[in-house]
Design a protein around this ligand. Structure first.
Ligand code: NAD
Length: 297
């Protein structure tokens, strides 16, 4: 029962997610502001405008950098909403402020459509392998309708509750990830300075209580794992400014509700400093390189 799907935002994550939908036999129309990105998805129908990409589709998926762009694309002039078919579902997989998801949902409902916030976890490796975890906010019936499509790009779909709750779950997950990555990098750099082999330390940590996704699946030290950004000059992956954005979202949300987040605040400042010191294009695991310094012994 293949759907007619529209996919908007073909970056590190979106390009791989769209490819998996095509592999599963769906008709997929694609759009990105960058023309080369539109034409890079084999088997998709590249579109030149939001109107063209949205028309005739029952599911519209967005995978965009931030909340400002999601709002611009959906609510702006000649945006997605102007062309949304009645009953169509807009599924935003970007990581954005939960209030932003609530605002977009309201506008979509007024227009006669449905909206889900459905941010993902699993990184570019998960996007490529089709093993992402989706954290979904919205009404149960709509979640059930879209679940089979999400499972073509991922392995797990969690219905978190009402609109915005998927974003809250994602924000909390990335708070843990952002902090844990820094801890892993600190330990790896300390081991290096003290002459302990980092491969050996990784093996030990992964069999001990210090184990995390950062040590096991996405190790930040070059040469320990194949096919991760650290072994490829920190190219691709999850860029430093995106991690800073996610920790900024968590920091602001905590400020608004009075939760104490001391490590989130410190981690946010570390990624922001990296952004201003030549790391803005690199994967966030390059915090290892940042701590190590250029000429460090
Ligand atoms: P990216 O920057 O690689 O991709 C974003 C894409 O959106 C780009 O191709 C860009 O050209 C396009 N875009 C920007 N403005 C646009 C517009 N106005 N119209 C159409 N297209 C536009 O980012 P990414 O790494 O793919 O991440 C996308 C989202 O997913 C972010 O919210 C990020 O936080 C989240 N995320 C990323 C990862 C990861 O590992 N990279 C993992 C989970 C979640």
């Amino acid at each position: 029962n293949a759907s007619k799907i529209s996919f908007i935002g073909l970056g590190q994550m979106g390009s791989k997610m769209a490819r998996n939908l095509i592999k599963k036999g769906n008709t997929v129309k694609v759009f990105d502001v960058i023309p080369e990105a539109r034409n890079s998805i084999e088997g998709a129908q590249p579109c030149d405008s939001l109107q063209q990409v949205v028309e005739g589709c029952d599911v519209i998926i967005t995978m965009l950098p931030n909340g400002r762009i999601v709002k611009e694309i959906t609510l702006g002039q000649r945006g997605v909403l102007e062309h949304l078919e009645k009953g169509a579902v807009l599924v935003d997989c970007s990581t954005i402020e939960h209030q932003c998801a609530v605002d977009v949902n309201e506008a979509v409902l007024k227009r006669g459509g449905k909206f889900l916030d459905a941010p993902v976890s699993g990184g570019i490796t998960g996007a490529e392998a089709g093993t992402l975890t989706f954290m979904v906010g919205g009404d149960e019936t709509t979640v059930k309708t879209v679940e089979p499509t999400l499972l073509q790009m991922g392995q797990k779909v969690y219905h978190c509750g009402q609109t915005g709750s998927g974003q809250i779950a994602k924000m909390c997950n990335n708070l843990i990830l952002g902090v844990t990555m820094i801890g892993t990098c600190e330990a790896m750099n300390l081991a290096r300075k003290l002459g302990l082999d980092q491969k050996k330390l990784t093996e030990i940590v992964n069999a001990s209580t210090g184990k995390s996704w950062s040590s096991e699946i996405y190790n930040p030290v070059p040469g320990i794992l194949p096919n991760v950004p650290s072994s490829n000059g920190y190219k691709g992956g999850f860029a430093v400014p995106l991690m800073a954005k996610d920790l900024g979202i968590a920091d602001s949300a905590a400020l608004a509700c009075g939760a104490a987040v001391p490590l989130t605040a410190a981690a946010l400042q570390i990624y922001r400093m990296m952004q201003n010191h030549g790391f803005e294009q690199k994967d966030f695991s390059s915090v290892y390189e940042f701590l190590k310094g250029k000429n460090s012994k």
